[in-house]
Write a protein that binds this ligand. Sequence first.
Ligand code: HEC
Length: 121
Amino acid sequence: MICAILLSVGLGASACAAPVIPFEQGVPRGDPASGRRLIAALACTSCHAIPGLPRPHGNVGPSLAGIGSRAFVAGMLPNRPAVLVRFVRDAPSLVPATGMPRMPLDDRQARDVAAFLATLR
Ligand code: HEC
């Protein structure tokens, strides 16, 4: 099923087997500074500890420290730009039972948020 989802976000079958080299080029067309502002505005820190963002550092979801160098998102999805961009915007479409809610981001904003997260290594 995960491979079917990856096909739907345009990664192709190779993404299912290939080792992950996350974010060597950052997130295409993403603006980390804008992403940081969006993360603050959307209060992602009410659920997550996020380096570089002020408190609260909520403990509902995992700390996002080092997310830019992790192999997997949500413990199961390859941590690639297209996946992270979609996950921060609409996690339940990738992991139906996830505790991570849909967030009110358009695609460009989701790219910016993912671009900021990619800097957390
Ligand atoms: C209501 C609480 C809540 C809010 C608000 C929230 N998240 Fe999450 N988030 C979670 C939970 C719970 C998980 C764990 C989900 C899972 O593993 O399936 C998660 C997982 C994640 C992950 C994957 C972490 C990992 O270790 O793989 C990322 C990235 C993430 N969230 C980013 C964000 C961003 C960015 C925002 C704001 C735009 C945000 N979250 C807002 C609860 C939240």
